[in-house]
Design a binder for this molecule. Structure first.
Ligand code: ADP
Ligand code: ZN
Ligand code: ZN
Length: 751
């Protein structure tokens, strides 16, 4: 008996709780239209789920078989290009997570649902008509006449809904005119272009009047040359604040567009980059480009439109935070990562990818140019420059030789002698803020990211008790009175005298800063308005924007905020910037603490004094002579990098090795602790290749949302090799169902 040819086979990656691509049968009709990247529905167990076509097995004829058939085609047009599919596969391997979570991060929910673009009924006057005759004819239907005249005068289509509400007319009126064939009703795709009106369209200087500085010109030529070569490259644009990096990005973007390519522009946090977004919109809008702003607050409809505009090439520029790196764009030529050193490029949830690193990989897959910009590049990026993997361009001068603000370092040890409690604000700073208020000028006070635990600080010499092996601050545990290292688990009893100067002024200092707004308010004249911007506020879209807007328009006198508001915000009336706890990051349980402190200080010192008035910066510190403060004060990036690199090299921390954090968490503290320790024993059974292991230790934030957390740290020169070894051991290590373990590759947060 001759077997019937019923179709072909295809590989489909389910996007629903299944981690492997599966083989399905597909009919002869469908195989003609389906493509790699198409969305389909497939039977999976008893469910019917969404899947992404991951490969088409070529031409193979399928005869009647047991294979299940795909149920339907959701969207033919690929939702992921071949490069993005490759990127997804790489992310799965590198960040050790499932394909499913990667696809969910890459493809917005609204696109996965296969929804179509929004259309709306439109009205317009039919062409070639004798309008005078019609108007006469309509004399007996006054409402129809009004509508007709309105549409005629408008001379272009308008949404039916809108015209009905403007003229206060009902559906009947429209119907009447349509039936008489005087006007037409039709359907059109409408764009919900978010944010459109929010950005000042004339913020940007006209390109033609700008004469590039010599340094800018050099950087632009460099980028242009690379873009012309159409080869993959990564380039660090290292330029001091105010050196005109944005103009360099813009010229490179223009070149990419001229080549018919598209551009991806990443910023650390979209709501904190309003100026950058406005400038991009303004500059490229004038050149006829549609700019898509991609951010987490887009409505489903807006997101769908944005996605379509990019996928079809209607919009060739996307600007957004890290998830914009997955934007589906044909012919991607350039990826700009602004403020590449920002930790917020790392996603702190599965998939735990680093937006900058994914950008580099994507650029490689697309043979595109990747441009990383910063005034204080990360050590990782500097290391790659050192290794000649990345090129570097430098802008050493500020535009117009603008003056840097005056920087005062306030010695908090002296303040502590004067007061009985450990002071939050020094007398010097309080007086300066009051003076600004009296002069009707504004101030910004920076707090560092909140410290989680209590550390031991000597207010006499500024010394902090540290772990000998890990060089991070030890934290005090109330429960047993020990000081503990949160990386390796080392512990010792809390000393009664300072281990550096033998003073008895060693204090357990917690860094709770929630009350800071109140403290500042209390110290200011009664009518002064003090507001705080923090992570909680960030969650509320409008509140954050309103607060920043109020500050810009002068309705707030003192803005208190964390590091996240340090970058890119230009407020001409701000003449004072205070850093309340400059060395708090130095005390934190994170080996990147001094790098972060340095970056904040440089950013802060670079931002005041951008208006006509000169600015002043106050840095409060218990270690005023420490190198990060001194290097920052002189904006000596290379001095700092050199010293910090040396320390990292000695301790084998990133960028010399990759750091993988392995978290064990459970609602049951003992179990989390026990399994973390058991795991360490398994690892120690036989030597592992190229992996340094620290821990387990309780995580600095030992309990989050009811989960107790313990972690181990692996330092390795090859993530791939390390993960392979871990996975092998993990197979024979059954975990209690109440305990979960999570791998965070290239972890940025140690909390
Ligand atoms: P950065 O991003 O390096 O901190 P910006 O790109 O914000 O610096 O530039 C600082 C300011 O200098 C901006 O107002 C910009 O318009 C202006 N600017 C940039 N390049 C030039 C130039 N070649 N001539 C005059 N002004 C410039
Ligand atoms: Zn001391
Ligand atoms: Zn340690």
């Amino acid at each position: 008996m001759k077997k019937e040819v019923i179709g072909s086979r295809i590989e489909v990656q389910p996007i629903a709780g299944f981690d492997q691509a599966l083989t399905y049968a597909i009919s002869r009709e469908l195989i003609k239209v389906v493509q790699v990247g198409s969305l389909v529905r497939i039977p999976l167990g008893k469910r019917n789920v969404l899947g992404l076509v991951s490969s088409l097995s070529s031409q193979e004829k399928l005869e009647s078989s047991k294979l299940r058939h795909i149920s339907s085609l959701v969207q033919q047009e690929p939702v992921l290009s071949k490069e993005l599919l490759k990127l997804a596969k790489w992310m799965c391997r590198y960040y050790s997570c499932s394909m499913e979570v990667v696809l969910e991060a890459m493809i917005p929910a609204v696109v996965r649902e296969g929804k179509s673009a929004k259309t709306e009924r439109q009205l317009k006057v039919v062409s070639r008509i004798d309008s005078e005759r019609i108007v006469k004819e309509l004399n007996r239907s006054p409402k129809q006449k009004v509508l007709f005249l309105y549409l005629q005068k408008l001379g272009k289509p308008i949404a039916k809904r809108e015209v009905m509400s403007r003229l206060v007319i009902g559906d009947q009126v429209v119907k009447g005119l349509v039936q008489k064939k005087f006007i037409e009703e039709f359907e059109e795709v409408v764009d919900r272009n978010a944010y459109e009106d929010e950005y000042d369209s004339d913020l940007d200087t006209v390109e033609s009047v700008l004469k590039l500085t010599e340094e800018q010109d050099h950087a632009v030529r460099f980028c242009t040359k690379l873009l012309k070569e159409k080869k993959f490259s990564v380039n660090l644009l290292h330029g001091v604040t105010g050196s005109g990096k944005t103009e360099v990005y813009f010229r490179a973007m223009k070149e990419a567009l001229n080549q018919g390519g598209s551009v991806l522009f990443l910023v650390p946090e979209i709501s904190l980059a309003p100026q950058t977004v406005s400038r991009i919109r303004s500059r490229f809008g004038k050149q006829g480009e549609t700019v898509v702003v991609w951010h987490s607050h887009l409505s489903a409809g807006e997101r769908l439109d944005a996605w379509r505009n990019l996928a079809t090439g209607k919009a060739r520029i996307v600007v957004g935070a890290r998830s914009a790196i997955f934007a589906s764009m044909p012919n991607l030529r350039l990826i700009v990562v602004d403020e590449e050193h920002e930790p917020s490029y790392k996603q702190e949830d599965t998939p735990r990818y680093h937006g900058r690193d994914v950008a580099v990989y994507r650029a490689m897959l697309n043979q595109a140019v990747c441009l990383l910009g910063s005034a204080t590049p990360s050590l990782e990026t500097f290391r790659n420059v050192e290794l000649k993997k990345y090129n570097q361009c430098v802008l050493t001068k500020r535009i117009d030789g603008r003056k840097l603000p005056l920087v005062h370092v306030v010695d908090m040890r002296r303040e502590a002698q004067r007061e009985r409690n450990i002071p939050i604000l020094s007398q010097t700073l309080v007086e300066a803020i009051r003076q600004r208020y009296a002069d009707r000028e504004q101030s910004i006070l920076f707090l560092n990211r909140r410290g989680f635990n209590t550390t031991m600080l000597c207010t006499e010499c500024g010394n902090v008790e540290r772990c000998k092996d890990c060089s991070i601050a030890l934290t005090f545990h109330r429960t047993d009175g020990y000081l503990r290292c949160h990386l390796c688990g080392y512990r010792k009893t809390a000393p009664r005298v300072c281990s550096s100067c033998q003073s008895i002024e060693v204090h357990k200092k917690g860094h709770g800063t929630q009350r800071i707004e109140d403290v500042v308010s209390a110290l200011m004249p009664r009518r002064a308005i003090v507001r705080r911007v923090d992570a909680d506020l960030m969650m509320k879209k409008n509140l954050l924007r309103e607060t920043l807007q109020d500050f810009r328009t002068g309705r707030i006198d003192v803005l208190v905020g964390t590091q996240m508001i340090a970058k890119g915000l230009d407020f001409p009336n701000v003449t004072l910037v205070g850093v309340i706890d400059a060395d708090l990051p130095l005390r934190m349980e994170d080996f990147r603490a001094s790098e972060r402190a340095f970056q904040l200080l440089v950013q802060v010192a670079g931002r005041a004094g951008r208006g006509d008035r000169s600015g002043e910066v106050f840095i409060q510190s218990y270690a005023p002579h420490s190198s990060s403060i001194q290097f920052a004060r002189n904006t000596d990036v290379y001095g700092f990098i050199e010293e910090e690199m040396e320390m990292r090299r000695e301790l084998e921390y990133p960028p010399f090795r990759h750091l993988i954090r392995h978290i064990f968490r459970s609602r049951n503290e003992e179990k989390a602790d026990f399994y973390a320790n058991q795991w360490r024993k398994i690892l120690d059974q036989e030597p592992m290749e190229d992996i340094l292991i620290k821990g387990p230790a309780p995580a600095p934030l030992e309990k989050i949302k009811g989960y107790y957390r313990f972690h181990l740290i692996y330092l390795t020169s090859s993530v791939k090799n390390c993960l392979a070894q871990l996975e092998k051991k993990r197979e024979s290590f059954p975990l209690d169902p109440q305990v979960q373990d999570i791998l965070d590759v290239d972890a940025m947060q140690m909390n």
